[in-house]
Write a protein of this length. Structure first.
Length: 290
């Protein structure tokens, strides 16, 4: 294979080939698939800082959704001012709308390498010996649509993998929906504390609120209901995007489908761990606050 991906494909070939021979005494015929799982785990460990940063970024975007809505309402007719204020808000919160896509962008080269590795008959001028390996008799370079029929082992294996992949994507989407209210809760609690700390409202401010349709605090503090509504729009891609991997897996080689299955399961585990750590941190009282 030539081109700028020739070097990484060759490196991935030697790594997966070595892992396969290392696992043969333990896994037998499952050694090649196990090597792909280990390769995927190594990739996810490598980019794990980006993954947790993306989870924090998604939580921050949910928390900031009511403030973004307020800026859009205030500066909707001033696009330049709105963009300037929005950029300043993201800068103060050390986040970005693209933070949630960092793991996807980081993984794309590895997925491309895995795809090319099992689509190439030769690697570094030699025969690709990994193409002779398989899972339950199905070659790792085979595609779902190249099977013999629904009753064949080939199609049954792909259907099982795609079904598990879809189930994992569904669980990941559910966790993302659970994370949205959890991320908005701290902002709502902070707003309530600010309102409590303002003390009694001056009569002049009461009159002003009647003329303007609300108290000054109500105009500046985000409403939890609005936060949840805004977070739904912001989290659309987070909920829908995982299912794209099912479509990719349907047209990718078996090796790439195993890679996708492993990385989605890893993402689900990371999200659960992040939610657990967030909930545990929120439940531990901070000294001096009681």
């Amino acid at each position: 294979m030539s081109g700028f991906l020739g070097v990484p494909v060759g490196a991935a070939y030697y790594l997966v080939f070595a892992l396969t021979h290392l696992l043969i005494p333990v896994a037998g015929g499952l050694a090649a698939a196990g090597a792909i799982v280990l390769f995927t785990a190594a990739v996810r460990l490598l980019i794990s800082p980006l993954s947790f940063r993306a989870l924090r970024g998604q939580a921050a975007m949910t928390r900031l959704a009511p403030q973004v809505k307020a800026l859009r309402t205030r500066y909707g007719r001033q696009p330049e001012r709105f963009n300037r204020e929005l950029t300043a808000l993201y800068k103060r919160e050390h986040t970005s709308p693209l933070a949630g896509f960092l793991p996807l962008l980081a993984q794309w080269p590895f997925l491309s390498v895995m795809y090319l590795l099992f689509r190439s008959a030769t690697v570094n001028g030699a025969q690709n010996q990994l193409l002779s390996d398989g899972l339950f008799g199905v070659p790792l370079g085979a595609h779902w649509l190249s099977g013999a029929g629904l009753l064949s082992v080939h199609d049954a294996l792909f259907l099982v993998i795609l079904a598990i992949l879809a189930a994992l994507c569904w669980l990941s989407a559910r966790l993302a929906k659970r994370a949205a209210p959890a991320a908005a809760a701290p902002a709502a609690g902070t707003s309530a504390k600010r309102r409590e700390g303002q003390g009694p409202v001056h009569p002049a401010r009461v009159g002003q609120s009647r003329r303007t349709g609300g108290t000054p605090a109500a105009r500046t503090s985000p409403d939890p209901a609005e936060a949840l509504a805004s977070s739904k729009a912001a989290g659309f891609f987070t909920l829908v995007l995982p299912y794209v991997t099912v479509v990719i897996g349907a047209f990718a080689p078996l090796a790439a489908a195993i890679y996708l299955l492993t990385t989605v399961a890893w993402t689900l585990a990371e999200r659960r761990l992040y939610l657990y750590r967030t909930a545990h941190t929120a439940s531990v009282p901070v000294p001096g606050t009681q």
